[in-house]
Design a protein around this ligand. Structure first.
Ligand SMILES: [Zn+2]
Length: 142
């Protein structure tokens, strides 16, 4: 079993309303020569929690942190212009993300729940909202 110290939330950097799903990310990541979707879970706009890479395998989503983290990606993150970073989570996505994080927090109670931008200064707009404070109630005790 891997030691999980981080649960990392991402956005896919698609514009609001994008219909992309896990299978599309999986196809894209394979074109990069990866073994498939780099995240462990993908949440499309309808709020389905789509499992991708098994949790016991390292993901490919956050430089230097893949070996000890779980990666979640919600579809969206850009305004309708396709450029401006924005928290585009639908109601269904917000509720699915909370549900998934509650469940992962039970499996990995010592893991910090963070945004990609908290770990990589080159990704300041991923996922486009303050993950640490939104899920403060699910953070491990300090
Ligand atoms: Zn990211």
């Amino acid at each position: 079993m891997r030691k999980i110290t981080l649960i990392i939330v991402h956005c896919s950097a698609n514009k609001a309303g994008s219909k992309l799903r896990m299978a599309d990310i999986d196809r894209y990541h394979r074109t990069l020569g990866w073994t498939g979707c780099g995240y462990h879970y993908v949440i499309p706009i309808d709020g389905t929690i789509e499992p991708a890479r098994p949790e016991d395998l390292p993901g490919a989503h956050c430089r230097s942190h893949n070996s000890h983290s779980i990666g979640i990606c919600y579809i969206g993150g850009l305004a309708a212009d396709g450029r401006t970073p924005e928290d585009t989570r639908t109601k269904a996505q917000k509720s699915a993300l909370r549900h998934l994080l509650e469940s992962l927090h039970k499996s990995y109670p010592k893991a910090l729940i963070v945004g990609h931008s908290d770990l990589d200064p080159k990704k300041p707009h991923c996922p486009g909202f303050d993950v640490v404070s939104e899920y403060r109630d699910l953070q491990p005790p300090i």
